[in-house]
Write a protein that binds this ligand. Sequence first.
Ligand SMILES: C[S@@+](CC[C@H](N)C(=O)[O-])C[C@H]1O[C@@H](n2cnc3c(N)ncnc32)[C@H](O)[C@@H]1O
Length: 239
Amino acid sequence: MAKPTIAGNRTGRKLGQRVKNKKMKASSRQWLQRHINDPYVQRAQLEGYRARAAFKLLEIDEKHSILKGARRIIDLGAAPGSWSQIAAKVTGSTDEDIRVAAIDFLEMTQLPGVKILQLDFLDPSAPAQLIEAVGGTPDLVISDMAAPTTGHHRTDHLRTMHLCEVAAHFAVEVLGEGGHFLAKTFQGGTERDLLNMLKRHFKQVVHVKPASSRAESVEMFLLAKHFKGRQADADVTEA
Ligand SMILES: C[S@@+](CC[C@H](N)C(=O)[O-])C[C@H]1O[C@@H](n2cnc3c(N)ncnc32)[C@H](O)[C@@H]1O
């Protein structure tokens, strides 16, 4: 895997550029200025990733080694597709032997070795379609899903947390023993019940904030490692 640390600006584009277009709204100008000066955006372009989000996954993997050995990966909230690009590479997925399934309700440009479902993950048919698409038991479920923003902070927060919770239950339903689950969450946002459920089913549960996740953002990732398997599930139910 590519080393995720950012070692200066290698795109040849100057950092610290200012956007001077006075016709733009101040908030849009600030966003654009931050975007073009973001070293992760520049490095994503240089390395052919569809989004700077690629480095979040790579940094988490650098520390927690979740991609190594993965044979089938399900990517939830996948557009524009940088996590799927990495997933296809690590699994050696090809169009002839698909090992990565990706879902997003937004349209996503095709990627070799990735079966893309344009569908809401909360649609009742999504879990079965994802399993069929990935062609076997996944050993990694990754979710970067964030609910579309409404402008109402609390609502946005709750919606994204709900997605994280549904993704966690999906992971417990579908993962093979020893598999891992990674999902976007918010600082202080993971419900105790969800954490307890994950701790019952995985050997290790941690929160991670990669350097490429903007410091001012409350975004974090919830990582549950080494799924104990569904037999453990039965033991929990019987206890
Ligand atoms: C931060 S982006 C994902 C970026 C992606 N990891 C990458 O590397 O390119 C979050 C995505 O989650 C998707 N999303 C949010 N809610 C969803 C849902 N209910 N079903 C499917 N996709 C959803 C959004 O459409 C958006 O494309």
